[in-house]
Design a protein around this ligand. Sequence first.
Ligand SMILES: NC(=O)c1ccc[n+]([C@@H]2O[C@H](COP(=O)([O-])OP(=O)(O)OC[C@H]3O[C@@H](n4cnc5c(N)ncnc54)[C@H](O)[C@@H]3O)[C@@H](O)[C@H]2O)c1
Length: 334
Amino acid sequence: MILLTGATGYIGSHTWVEMLNAGYDVVGLDNLCNSSDLVLDRIRSITKIPPIFVKSDVCDEQSLRRVFQQYPIDSVVHFAALKAVGESVQKPMKYYKNNVGGIINLLNICSEFSCKNFVFSSSATVYHPENPTPYLEDMPLGPANPYGWTKMMCEQVLRDYELLDSKFKVAYLRYFNPVGAHQSGLIGENPMGVPNNLMPFIAQVAVGRRDYLSIYGGDWLTIDGTGVRDYIHVSDLAKGHVAAINYLLRDKKSLTVNLGTGQGTSVLELLKAFEIATGQVIPYRIIDRRPGDIATSYANVDAAKKMLNWYARLTIQDMCEDVWRWQKNNPNGY
Ligand SMILES: NC(=O)c1ccc[n+]([C@@H]2O[C@H](COP(=O)([O-])OP(=O)(O)OC[C@H]3O[C@@H](n4cnc5c(N)ncnc54)[C@H](O)[C@@H]3O)[C@@H](O)[C@H]2O)c1
């Protein structure tokens, strides 16, 4: 059985659907600090399988122990983390405590219950910003903010733990920019407060919740002066986790791979695609660059293709259409 932590969150909920569709038994766990348990009904509607859910905190070792006592968990997919880069600069201790403290607890419990397979949600933010693009897995690391450091530290904690137990295997998955929503329009990204990410911001402008999109910088050395990122459909990303679990169970080896499309898209290109998907003009203003931002980030995805036999299939237009379906059907989220 697979334990998904952070299961009701954005990527967790889409992965839960894909894991159930692939026939895996799953128990989802979340403390609901950044998600809603209304997701559970939606997962049941999509998969026709009642999801098994435990409200719990990965920082609470005793409660994790009870979950492992109750269910025969042999694999963990660990999404639970705080992820707002800006907040991590304001409150770094909160981020280290939750993200690094959480994984240490989880590994202590994995050790107690001989759980040997672990999939970790890492991020493109672990790469040093001065690396040339596309990013390759063996390029130098050097996060630019506390959130990124928590991801890099978690990777290090896992690598040290691997040395203790030769049967313990980890898939280090470095995500690029997940966007989109499930094709059903039933689950999607539901940020609390002002969105930190571009796509939910655009979608909230389109639905009338915000007046215009602010674009941070129009003078980057890119195709049109706006920042370029590697946007990946969340359902493709979710399937990458199924491929990673299959790999760990079959090959019994650890791996580190980028999960992206390998293509860069600028803010203005994404905006245009969203306008096509919605048939609306989205007002925007170009404002100052954000400190710490970079011009371009996209992945080399050869390793994921080769080792996981996985690649992203959905296009930027699919991502925009699916976000719009989700946003239109759920203008205020869940
Ligand atoms: N969304 C992105 O752009 C992105 C990019 C790279 C990596 N990641 C990583 O992917 C993972 C999932 O991200 P997401 O976008 O789905 O975020 P999310 O906030 O939607 O999901 C994370 C979930 O974890 C839960 N959570 C947080 N701390 C917890 C704790 N201590 N105990 C139990 N539950 C807890 C939250 O309630 C939330 O439901 C995170 O680890 C994030 O760092 C996300």
